[in-house]
Design a protein around this ligand. Structure first.
Ligand SMILES: Nc1ncnc2c1ncn2[C@@H]1O[C@H](COP(=O)(O)OP(=O)(O)O)[C@@H](O)[C@H]1O
Ligand SMILES: [Mg+2]
Length: 468
């Protein structure tokens, strides 16, 4: 996974990551607040003996540290402070290496108790310490305890540390979130970006068509000719013109997809219109005899069309419907036959296509999807190649890969891919005009030498509206 892909993944799954951070942070905060707070009081004492010439030894100091945790000290402290006999006391000590100095640490859930106990430890040690230092006891002396640092009054509890725990929770939540996001990313079977397509095929991506809002699909080239989508259809046309040069002058493309509803008809209709805008005489043929929808999408009469001509009931020229104010003619599907594949594979269809290719500068053919039926392959043989529409919303890697495989098996070339329904922020538009979250990365890409594939060819016209 490259850095760029990783960053894109993070940007796409930020909600999941934020949710993990919030969840773990909240859990840490709740767990912290449920813990009993611990307060600490510290004191430092100096130990001496009142016996002449007797110095407190390190062995004595070790003994005194042990005494702090024993009933010998703790019972009298409890009695003095009026605490119940069973009340646990947490008293610890540590000694300096080279001096008879003892650091005493007292911890308690109650700050006052911690402070009071720390105050009592010194006097108790003074009263009984002598008995536990054998040589000192033999000399008849006792221990003198002098406070070097008086006991501190606890302020904030030493634990739990809410701020630290929240920071730790946030860090763990972030790591968890990124981990879960990566997992989801790798388990995600959907096609989302051009990278996903590039991982499946070396065929160029000829356009990145933005996802339209509900009710804004159909003949976008006419309804909103200055939209981002219209620009992309024009780019698709321009890139296909370059591919067309390599197809032996067939000047025709089949628009297909792996599965239904990826946007074949929408793409075919708008692509045909974009071609017509460039001054070419264009024929749009609805050869999706399973689910004909060109006539419906364009609001045309659909009862006669391709199959009518194939039946010999009408001539092509008499039946095509000119699209107003353009060089576009439309041939709807006509009545749905019981045997679409046989019909499309027939001699009659082949000769009708020859006729259409002769009569027009460009023929755009709408077709059924590749995975369920063979029709697109049959049509592909009659034309200059296949344009594979892949939906970034509905397309699955497995399905696209299966379609590419079955096309490869029958030696049917894919001219290129049109990635459809790409969320607006992610369309290549941001890249052209400095919009969108990936503007930066593409500006970097653009500085690289252009690869010799059509997808990198840019539209010289029309006037750029989005020069922002
Ligand atoms: N770029 C797009 N953005 C949003 N919706 C789209 C887009 N392209 C197609 N659609 C919608 O998806 C549905 C299927 O599109 P259609 O072109 O009929 O697909 P197909 O011909 O592959 O079955 C239609 O409702 C259409 O309006
Ligand atoms: Mg369709």
């Amino acid at each position: 996974m490259q850095v760029r892909e990783f960053l894109t993944m993070l940007a796409r799954r930020w909600k999941l990551i934020v949710a993990c951070v919030l969840l773990v942070t909240a859990a840490a905060a709740v767990a912290t607040m449920q813990q009993t707070p611990v307060y600490e009081s510290k004191t430092r004492v100096f130990l001496a003996s009142d016996a002449q010439g007797y110095l407190i030894s390190s062995a004595d100091l070790g003994t005194f540290v042990e005494l702090l945790g024993s009933p010998v000290i703790q019972d009298p402290v409890r009695a003095k402070l009026g605490l119940d006999a069973g009340t646990p006391l947490n008293i610890a000590g540590s000694v300096s290496d080279n001096a008879p100095i003892l650091d005493i640490l007292v911890r308690s859930a109650n700050p006052q108790v911690a402070y009071a106990v720390a105050n009592e430890v010194g006097p108790q040690l003074e009263s009984i310490g002598g008995q536990y230092a054998p040589l000192l006891a033999a000399a008849g002396g006792s221990v003198k305890v002098t406070a070097l640092v008086p006991p501190t009054m606890p302020g904030e509890p030493i634990s739990p540390n809410l701020r630290n725990n929240i920071a730790l929770g946030a860090a763990i939540g972030l790591a968890l979130g990124v981990g879960v996001a990566l997992l989801v990313h790798f388990l995600d079977t959907r096609i989302r970006t051009g990278n996903d397509v590039e991982a499946l095929t070396d065929r160029p991506i000829l356009a990145t068509l933005p996802r339209a809002r509900a009710g804004e699909t159909g003949m976008i080239m006419e309804d909103s000719p200055h939209s981002i989508a219209a620009e992309e259809y024009r780019r698709l046309r321009t890139n296909l013109q370059f591919v067309d040069v390599t197809t032996g002058g067939k000047h025709s493309f089949v628009v297909t997809s792996a599965m239904p509803s990826e946007g074949k008809t929408t793409t075919a209709v708008n692509l045909a219109r974009a071609y017509a805008d460039s001054g070419a005489r264009v024929l749009l043929v609805d050869a999706d005899l399973r689910n004909p929808s060109v006539a419906r999408m364009l609001g045309l009469e659909g009862s006669v069309g391709l199959t009518t001509v194939l039946l010999g009931q009408a001539r092509l020229a008499d039946i095509v419907q000119p699209w107003p104010d353009s060089d576009l003619d439309v041939l709807p599907a006509g009545p749905v036959p019981p045997n679409p594949s046989e019909l499309l594979g027939s001699e009659a269809t082949a000769s009708l296509f020859d006729q259409m290719l002769d009569a027009y500068d460009m023929v755009i053919v709408d077709s059924p999807p590749v995975n369920p039926v063979i029709d697109a392959v049959l049509l592909g043989r009659l034309t200059g190649g296949l344009l594979l529409v892949v939906s970034a919303q509905r397309g699955r890697k497995r399905e696209v890969s299966a379609a590419l495989k079955s096309l490869d098996t029958v030696d049917q070339e894919v001219a290129g891919v049109a990635l459809n329904m790409v969320p607006q922020g992610e369309s290549s538009y941001g890249t052209y005009y400095g919009y969108g979250d990936n503007a930066k990365r593409t500006s970097r890409r653009r500085r690289r030498p252009a690869k010799a594939k059509p997808a990198t060819v840019r539209e010289p016209e029309p006037a750029r509206r989005y020069t922002g």
